[in-house]
Design a binder for this molecule. Sequence first.
Ligand SMILES: [Zn+2]
Length: 465
Amino acid sequence: MKKIILLIMLCLAVPADAGVYKKKIKSKVKYALKQTKGKLRTIKHKQINKRKKRNLTKKTKKRIIAAHKYLAANAPHVLEGKQKKGYEVRVLLEKLSKPDKNKTWTLKLESKKGFIVQQSEKHSKKILIRNNSIYLSVDNNNLFIKTATTSPRKINGNSIIFSPLSNYSVLNGTPYEGYIYIYPRKNKAPCVINKINLDDYIYSVLRSEIYQSWPDEMQKVQAVTSRTYAMHHIFNSREKNKIYDIRSTGAHQNYKGYHPYTHLRKAVQETENLILTHNKKPALTMFDICCGGSTPANIKGLNFDKAPYLARQQSCNYCKNYNLYRWNKEINLNEFMNNLKSHKKLSNYISHIGKLQEIKIAEKDKGGIVHKLRIKGSKRSIICSGRTLIESVGDKIKSLSFNLKEIKKNNSSKNLLFTGKGFGHQIGLCQRGAYTLVKKGWDFKEILSFYFPKTKFAQINRIKG
Ligand SMILES: [Zn+2]
């Protein structure tokens, strides 16, 4: 019995549009009420086809009434079809490593008042789950859900949507506004995606990408940068028909869900819909923590024809008071080689070089960025790219702008000494530099024009996607 009470299926033809949903659910509930209690005489019979009338069993009617009452009491916004205006962004939260053969319950999803589950945006059938905690698992292209009191149940669909009946849902302990989508994907890693209003997303990103204590003007600089960056990815992913727009990690921009620092909403509201464009499209507004005084126009490997706004000629020294403007790091040579060995691209090669003889910078551009390292052994040499280096040693080195030398510690041990500049990739907005400019009295538009020359300010709704 508990199972029946907890899991109420709304067998209604409910379109994705919430306004129509409201209208239809009301008419059906009125019909159900009329049939069972005879109270509502105003029902428009024509709205319900005769076949469905016949098929509405007493049990279904009771379920519909119970579901409607529950929604009215706990989540009126669902019935009223209230949706936030503006763009939505689809953020990849997690790629589950592989289809979960053992059906372990890898995801825990919570919402104070339960969820509505839908098989896809186009699918009309919706399931109401009143439990505030559910467990999800993907097994060979099938999603299974269970609650503390119910046994596992298969949910069909390629893009299953979980809409919380409260303001946010909590996924594995992290709260997210918007909707959670699960893509089970046959023979591919299942994806977990958060579809969220763009400005709610920017509000969350601000907390992850800069300090919440930084001045309002700096929050505005970051809000426009992050909004533009997201819009650039939204345009690209929709052109390529991808299932998500942007990643939630530093590979794109960090997004760690909902947070309580409500003062950050101000920067989002005061820059509402504002982005930077080039050729009438959202610019790729890259940003990092500290540029170390670099001149991005001298950095090799970027397509400046496509993105001339990243080829800034003027160097930024406004970040020079930051402690990572210049940095030194010593890494034990054995530890360094073990780091490289653990990288999947190098593991097969490193063990065949023989006795290590030398590690040297093999290619550096005018901007000071190291693109290649040569690792010379007694039998052979190998080349390690800058990206592989960063992926291997993690945040032990802060940027690829460095000089390198070997130093002897004692008879048995050697260290590598990295002498570097800046923290990050050194292209686009330098956050520490922008922070100094805010302190000097520059406004957010002046700062963005300095770091992204040749871009224009535009309103999102004037851009065609
Ligand atoms: Zn700088």
